[in-house]
Ligand binder design. Structure first.
Ligand code: ADP
Ligand code: MG
Ligand code: MG
Length: 269
């Protein structure tokens, strides 16, 4: 029931590897996002089926809902809930950079953590997203985050020795053990989440930072933290309020806990 006039240039919300995402009207009241994949890409069909299969049964406020799909005709369509504020990357180094305050940033980090915890813990078999990055985190009108883009998600393999899943993901966000040894577990998402946390704190894209391990990541995060506080002392104009300092502190603590402890030891958020 989607009118084809929805799919025009001015309604484009984003472009990805195999297609475009459009803003569309289901009816007078309901606005949705429609992800359109070209059927002639073999990988695009795989990703489509995967995205449908995995997310139909998932209901969580920090995971983007799939409302419907269609695979008739020459296009594959995913109907998704519409996220008015688009993706997180735009707020970090894109057009809207510098506009998120510390309160919003830490709420975003908490929200992503909740969404990931749901994927990793709520099902009989863990679901691994495999492509956690700032452009796959979407924001509601009040800046609540939802994890999107389940095209690469997989169930955790039972036996690591049989893993021969071809490497997939995004350079700069991928855990070294997965990129180098193909070892796939939920820690792969946790690592990428750590990179996203660093991006949220620093406002810089991960590929700008040369990093070889999660230790380096955390060390870097600490340095940023100290620099912010230090800068406050020498530059009154920066004016980090007490509560903002606490938020930054929280963020670093979460980053530490999430990237170093097993899921069971993480604090409940
Ligand atoms: P791909 O698999 O091609 O990366 P995504 O699902 O990540 O596709 O979507 C690409 C971009 O389109 C996102 O980074 C975001 O900017 C935009 N987008 C995707 N889904 C939505 C949505 N539901 N609401 C608003 N914008 C969206
Ligand atoms: Mg994406
Ligand atoms: Mg994708």
């Amino acid at each position: 029931q989607l009118a084809t006039n929805n799919f025009c240039e001015e309604n484009i919300l984003g472009r990805g590897g195999f297609g475009e995402v459009f803003k569309a009207n289901l009816d007078v009241k309901t606005v949705v996002a429609v992800k359109k994949l070209q059927v002639h890409h073999a990988r695009s069909k795989d990703e489509f089926e995967n995205e449908v299969k995995l997310i139909t049964h998932i209901h969580h406020r920090n995971l983007l809902r799939l409302l419907g799909w269609s695979s008739e005709g020459s296009d594959l369509l995913l109907v998704l809930e519409y996220m008015p504020n688009g993706s997180l990357d735009q707020f970090l180094w894109g057009a809207k950079r510098g506009t998120l305050n510390w309160n919003q940033r830490s709420e975003i980090i908490f929200g992503i953590a909740r969404g990931l915890a749901h994927l990793h813990n709520e099902f009989h078999v863990k679901i691994i997203h495999r492509d956690i990055k700032s452009s796959n985190i979407l924001l509601t009108d009040d800046f609540k985050p939802k994890i999107a883009d389940f095209g690469l998600a997989r169930f955790q393999p039972e036996d690591q020795s049989h893993v021969n899943t071809k490497f997939a993901g995004t350079l700069g966000y991928t855990a070294p053990e997965y990129a180098l040894q193909g070892h796939l577990s939920d820690k792969v998402d946790t690592y990428s989440f750590g990179v996203v946390i660093l991006e949220i704190i620093s406002g810089r894209r991960s590929t700008d930072v040369n990093r070889s391990s999660s230790d380096y990541l955390l060390e870097h995060a600490w340095k940023l933290y100290e620099k912010k506080i230090h800068k406050k002392c020498i530059d009154e104009t920066l004016d980090l309020k007490q509560y903002e300092q606490e938020h930054v502190m929280n963020i670093i603590e979460i980053a530490l806990l999430c990237t170093q402890s097993p899921v069971s030891k993480r604090p409940t958020m």
